[in-house]
Design a protein around this ligand. Structure first.
Ligand code: FES
Length: 166
């Protein structure tokens, strides 16, 4: 569900129910924060300020507190993103093995820079810290899928496949 006309709508009943159910598994509300934000993101792709406020109220936290937690978690998006987010690894092992060349290739192929979304809304390109796949550097993640040992040809094949599916 997308927010229309820059007017984010509050949580739906089913989102609120999912968040309450998830929170019941945690000893305190702040421990459930990321899980709750992920639920919103699953339904809306990203977490607007109004959505964050609604989640904070539901969990009995302040919006500032919840925003602080969200900021430290790279996989919570606080700005609109495309259908698929490409997380390009921006850490040392990947730098040493050509990550910048790969990033440039992705940017050229999709016509977007870091933090931007393709005109068709399909892909967003974002940097991320070490993906824990340094032995397969350079690496990137799209959705839950981790891709390593990247070169220009494998990136082309991956982007073509990702564009066709889902
Ligand atoms: S530095 Fe890129 S996966 Fe570790």
């Amino acid at each position: 569900m997308d927010d229309k006309n820059n007017k984010p709508i509050p949580l739906t009943e089913s989102e609120a129910a999912e968040i309450r159910a998830a929170a019941s598994h945690y000893p305190d509300p702040s421990a459930a924060s990321i899980e709750a934000l992920k639920i919103v993101q699953k339904h809306r792709r990203w977490v607007s300020d109004n959505n964050l406020q609604a989640v904070a109220e539901l969990l009995g936290l302040s919006a500032a507190e919840l925003d602080g937690i969200a900021t430290f978690y790279n996989l919570i998006y606080r700005k609109p993103v495309g259908e698929k987010v490409i997380h390009y690894c921006d850490s040392v092992s990947c730098w040493m093995l050509g990550a910048e060349r790969i990033r440039e290739h992705i940017s050229k192929r999709l016509g977007i820079g870091l933090g931007e979304t393709t005109a068709d809304g399909r892909f967003t390109l974002l940097p991320i810290v070490c993906l824990g796949a340094c032995d397969r550097a350079p690496a990137m993640m799209i959705g839950d899928e981790l891709y390593g040992d990247l070169d220009e040809a494998s990136v082309d094949a991956i982007l073509t496949r990702e564009d066709r599916h889902g």
